[in-house]
Design a protein around this ligand. Structure first.
Ligand code: ATP
Length: 497
């Protein structure tokens, strides 16, 4: 348990904050914390499984009762000394339970009016759920997952308990791999590893990876993508590519880079025109870094309860940290943060989500390289674009002539259709305002036609005819594109090419 967190919570207790909400994956950690803070206070506890129980041995004190009855009981109590009230499974006990919410509010009011004794209510849960009526009374604390020192300690405890030994390299590698997991999960994995072969060694890393895959699947907000895109498959973006290569070199040799004083890479924001290679770059970066690619679905974070969306984001980011080192791709980042600061309920959630994301970006210590992609920069709050959040922000414009040559080449070669009859320079000249996606569909269409015409080789004329018959995105969305362009230029965002 971090001493800082304990000291902060103690300060809140001493300042008579009535209700503290502890988010924790490990109930036993919350118990230890409450016990340490209690000193000689009396502790009352309610949990969903057994009702009111003895805090120490968890034996029921009476017949099972729901939270609202337990709170009625506590409301009747005369407090005769300083006390703690622990409400476990708080999110289950309060969700859709208006009577329980009302009684908790009444109890908080009673606690606030109590001058002789200090009473603190702890709400303990694995996820945050704070009904709006209680928001102003409750302070939220997130109990962190074990840090490196604690993980080392947990491994050593198990090694000793099994009467084994462990060398420093294995200890360090396992410590890094176990990051992002709870104490319980780490213990379970070590036990399973030991049961497999009677050892605690690097073979157990496979188990750790499998466990992390499970966590991603269960999260519902993250997806692990299998990618095969390479940087060489992208035509153009000649300024963005070397920048990414530089970060890749740092990530690949991170322990040495850190020791030398290099700042940890945070990530990059890529904004710009649709179909011009932003998603492709995110995927190619994971290949370049040789790291797993996690995609965060912003839409799936939105929950209908207060605190639920932040809870989802918190868990998603914790999972990303658990899988670190990794690349975290946040696609269409503008969609999640739209309407920030404009008032109204949805915007409040967005504002808080955004605040959480920014703080995480600022403070993250794990090797999670973030790639945020966006089309509509006007919807993005300026704080996100401020320097220091991301290492760099790049603007991807429609490809220039030389880039279009490359994009044609890449797509023709990928499909093994490049030949001497194709003059790339003529194609590039004829495709001003065409996006990479437009060019790809021209190539695909040409191949299909050539097949239907008797499997003939492709030539420039066929491709040009299709170009003429195609309406490029840059023209279809002309006004919007002009508007984006002006904004990017006025904000002096670095061009990717
Ligand atoms: P959106 O904003 O619409 O999501 P995007 O910028 O993320 O668009 P991508 O999904 O990366 O665009 O591109 C769509 C397709 O267009 C890609 O699958 C790729 O084949 C092709 N493409 C786009 N830009 C390039 C490029 N520079 N080089 C090669 N192919 C490209």
């Amino acid at each position: 348990m971090s001493q800082d967190l304990k000291a902060t919570i103690r300060a809140h207790i001493e300042s008579h904050y009535p209700a503290l909400y502890l988010i924790t994956h490990e109930e036993s950690d919350a118990d230890t914390l409450v016990r340490e803070l209690a000193e000689d206070r009396k502790i009352f506890e309610w949990n969903l499984a057994s009702g009111l129980v003895n805090f120490e041995n968890k034996q029921p004190l009476s017949k099972w009762c729901d939270l609202s009855d337990a709170l009625a009981n506590l409301l009747d109590q005369e407090f005769t000394r300083d006390s703690f009230i622990v409400i476990r499974d708080a999110h289950l006990g309060l969700r859709d339970q208006p009577v329980a919410v009302a009684r908790l509010k009444a109890l908080i009011t009673k606690v606030l009016a109590e001058h002789e004794f200090s009473v603190t209510i702890f709400l303990v849960s694995s996820r945050s759920y704070i009904p709006p009526e209680l928001e102003k009374f409750i302070t939220l604390f997130d109990m962190p997952l074990p840090d490196e020192d604690m993980i080392r300690g947990i491994i050593r405890e198990h090694v000793e308990a099994y009467g084994l030994e462990i060398d420093d390299t294995t200890l360090e590698k396992l410590t890094l791999a176990f990051q992002g997991l709870t104490r319980y999960e780490i213990g379970q994995l070590i036990n399973r590893g030991y049961q497999q072969d009677g050892k605690i060694d690097l073979d157990d890393l496979d188990l750790v990876h499998a466990e992390k895959q499970q966590i991603i699947k269960k999260s519902g907000t993250l997806e692990m993508l299998t990618v095969r895109e390479k940087l060489e498959d992208i035509g153009g973006l000649e300024k963005l590519k070397p920048w990414l290569k530089q970060k890749a070199a740092v990530m690949a040799d991170w322990p040495a880079a850190r020791a030398f004083g290099v700042e940890p890479p945070k990530g990059v924001m890529i904004v710009g025109m649709p179909g011009c290679g932003k998603s492709m770059t995110a995927k190619a970066t994971a290949t370049l870094f040789n790291l797993p690619l996690l995609k965060l679905d912003m839409g799936s974070l939105m929950g209908k309860y207060v605190g639920e969306s932040e809870g989802n984001m918190r868990r998603a980011l914790q999972v990303a940290e658990a899988v670190s080192p990794c690349v975290l791709w946040v696609d269409e980042v503008e969609k999640a943060f739209v309407g920030i600061g404009s008032g109204g309920n949805g915007s409040e959630v967005a504002t808080r989500l955004f605040g959480y994301f920014l703080t995480w970006m600022q403070e993250k210590t794990k090797q999670v390289f973030v790639i945020a992609t966006a089309n509509d920069i006007s919807a993005l709050p300026p704080e996100l674009l401020r320097k220091g959040r991301f290492d760099e922000i790049f603007y991807v414009d429609f490809p220039k002539e030389a880039e279009r040559t490359e994009i044609f080449r890449v797509h023709l070669e990928r499909r093994k259709k490049m030949n001497a009859r194709i003059q790339l320079d003529r194609l590039a000249k004829a495709t001003t305002h065409y996006s990479g996606a437009d060019i790809e569909s021209i190539v695909k269409e040409a191949i299909e036609q050539a097949f239907l015409d008797g499997r003939v080789p492709l030539d420039t004329e066929r491709l040009l005819n299709i170009v003429k018959a195609t309406h490029p995105l840059g023209e279809v969305m002309k006004d919007k594109v002009q508007d984006y362009k002006k904004r990017f230029e006025s904000m002096k965002i670095k061009e990717a090419s």
